[in-house]
Design a protein around this ligand. Structure first.
Ligand code: ADP
Length: 597
């Protein structure tokens, strides 16, 4: 079996057992307490009932003794044939009976014959009847209080009899009897849930709030007892049969329980009894157990329900807790996953950045190398004219120096001074040329600053011009001094201008005009290099800035692409176009600088 299913089964059966245990415990506890309560309440009711019975008996007990003192009754006994006295006695007893509320009051002579009775005028008068067999009469005739319970032999009504002797000349000559009705007591208590029974010393029920239990015994009676009861004529015409009851087994001080009636539906009762020794009675209360059982059932049901609700709540809470944990776990997992992804991507990104940096550095290096190479190439191209430029002044210096020597020998100092002055001027010019070449060959300083463009244009022209002095080319600087201020690096800018001028010169092929203008347009400073050469064809317009694009035999095709990059590195721009009047226009754009920059 699957272990989780097994665990579930185990837990479920454990819970079931727990619930069962709880049910049993609750049932027992509420049953016990209900029984205890019932016991207390019924005992109280029993005492009340017994008290009531005793007070009733006490009320009637003294009546015959009082009545026996009446002279009329003595006289009636002494003269029993006097009908008018009997009549008086009858009326007297009737009055007394009415006043006391007794069932019957009557006068018996020494032989047990009833001489006068309160019911003389009734349907079944006692007058003329002999009750000498009744123990109460016999007790009274012995000079004692006679008391007895029996069914009336005439009326068939249950009654409790009290009898007192009438003494004349120290002899009992008769007895007064007061019969007390018991039905009123039953009626008074019949509304109770509990049932009351009163049994005689033989255990025969003669008072009961349940009429069907009357004249039945609590235990099956032996034959001898039954015949004795028949002899006393206590219950004439009644067959004494045992009640259909079972005593439920119990221990020690546990309450006595019994089951009454045919099974089913038998009713169960709590049985409690109390003795009434004077009357020789035993009073018992039978309290039904149904309410206790009902209450216990309800209590058990409620306990189970509460336990179930608590269990459900517990399950609900557990479920919620589990879900929360699950959500938390999920969130943590997601978080970890995310962090992992981020870490991975960060590493990738870092690698990418490092790679890009390296590439950029390589690019910068290569670009720098290219620029340098291009510069050297330009220098190479210019070397012929440079040596020419330097040889001319050198030759001139030599001839000035030779001349000066001759003037000195002649003692003419003035021409010597002039020659030395010329030599000085020429060396100054040579120094200038060499410093410009040095500057051109120098690597870029990466320093952008506010630069006047006009002097830069002039320097570029000055550097290029010596090569073309012999040709018919005219290079003109139209930029007016001091000229606009631009943000730029001087040397690279010079180099770009030299490139453009060289290209223009080559384009006009030895004879043409090159015009350089400058202007400011909004935040831009523009330098135009115009020529009147053939201009740019469609292919050139498309590829002119591509590296190694060249139309020249000995061309490298690097000049313009490097120049464009140099301009980009200065945050500027290089563009090419055809002039409407013919020829090409190359335009350098640079960010304008204010005077304060
Ligand atoms: P190179 O001068 O070595 O060919 P450049 O990059 O300087 O390399 O020039 C590339 C090409 O652009 C030249 O070969 C030429 O065809 C064209 N070009 C450059 N300047 C001009 C110009 N002023 N007029 C016409 N064509 C030009």
């Amino acid at each position: 079996m699957n272990p989780s299913l097994q665990r579930r089964l185990l837990v479920s059966s454990g819970l079931l057992l727990l619930l069962l245990g709880l049910a049993i415990l609750t049932w027992q506890a509420s049953w016990r307490s209900g029984l205890q309560q019932l016991q207390d309440e019924s005992l109280q009711q029993l005492r009340q009932f017994t008290g009531h019975l005793e007070s009733q008996l006490a009320r009637y007990q003294f009546l015959p003794r009082l009545i026996a003192r009446n002279q009329l009754l003595v006289e009636t006994l002494l003269d029993p044939d006097n009908s008018s006295r009997i009549d008086l006695a009858n009326r007297f007893l009737e009055d007394i009976n009415a006043i006391t509320g007794a069932s019957d009051t009557y006068l018996m002579d020494a032989s047990g014959l009833t001489l006068a009775a309160s019911n003389w005028n009734g349907e079944r008068p006692f007058v003329g009847r002999n009750f000498s067999f009744r123990p109460y009469f016999q007790q009274a005739m012995q000079g004692k209080l006679g008391r007895y319970f029996a069914l009336g032999s005439t009326s068939g009504q249950r009654g409790y009899y009290f009898a007192w002797p009438i003494i004349h000349a120290a002899e009992p000559i008769g007895a007064v009897v007061v019969k007390m009705d018991l039905a009123g007591i039953e009626q008074r208590y019949s509304g109770h849930e509990a049932q009351f029974i009163v049994t005689d010393p033989d255990g025969v029920v003669f008072i009961s709030t349940r009429p069907q239990w009357l004249f039945r015994s609590l235990q099956p009676l032996p034959e001898a007892v039954l015949s004795r009861i028949a002899n006393t004529r206590r219950y004439p015409g009644r067959q004494i049969e045992p009640l259909p009851l079972d005593w439920l087994p119990h221990q020690g001080d546990e309450p006595t329980l019994l089951r009454m009636g045919p099974r089913p539906p038998a009713s169960e009762y709590l049985y409690q009894q109390q003795e009434m020794p004077k009357a020789g009675w035993r009073v018992a209360i039978l309290s039904p157990l149904d309410p206790v059982r009902r209450n216990s059932l309800v209590a058990t049901g409620l306990a189970l329900l509460s336990a179930l609700i608590a269990l459900l709540l517990l399950l609900l809470l557990r479920q919620r807790h589990r879900r929360r944990l699950e959500r938390q776990r999920y969130a943590e997992r997601a978080q970890r996953e995310l962090e992992h992804q981020v870490a991975l991507q960060t590493t990738d990104l870092r690698h990418e950045i490092e790679e890009r940096k390296r590439t950029e550095q390589r690019l910068r290096d290569t670009q720098g190398e290219l620029i340098q190479t291009a510069k050297l190439a330009v220098l190479g191209q210019m070397s012929a004219s440079i040596s020419h430029e330097l040889n001319n002044p050198l030759a001139a210096i030599r001839s000035y120096a030779d001349n000066a020597r001759q003037f000195l020998q002649r003692g003419q100092t003035e021409p010597v001074r002039q020659n030395l002055e010329r030599i000085g001027e020429l060396t100054e010019r040579m120094g200038k040329i060499s410093s410009q070449l040095k500057q051109f060959a120098r690597k870029s300083s990466d320093r952008i600053e506010a630069v006047r463009v006009e002097p830069v244009i002039q320097t570029a022209i000055d550097l290029v011009m010596p090569q073309y002095r012999q040709s018919a080319i005219r290079i003109r600087n139209h930029c007016e001094r001091p000229g606009p201020l631009a943000l730029a690096e001087i040397i690279p800018l010079e180099q770009v201008l030299i490139n453009l001028i060289n290209n223009a010169v080559q384009a006009v092929d030895g004879d043409g005009e090159i015009d350089i203008h400058c202007e400011t347009q909004q935040e831009w400073v523009l330098i135009h290099v115009d020529d009147n050469g053939p201009g740019l064809d469609a292919r050139a317009q498309e590829h002119i800035f591509d590296p190694f694009y060249t139309t020249k035999k000995a061309g490298l095709g690097l000049g313009l692409s490097i120049s464009a990059r140099i301009m980009d590195s200065m945050n500027g721009h290089l563009s090419a176009a055809n002039r409407p009047e013919g020829g090409a226009r190359f335009t350098i754009s640079l960010p304008a600088a204010s005077d304060h920059d």
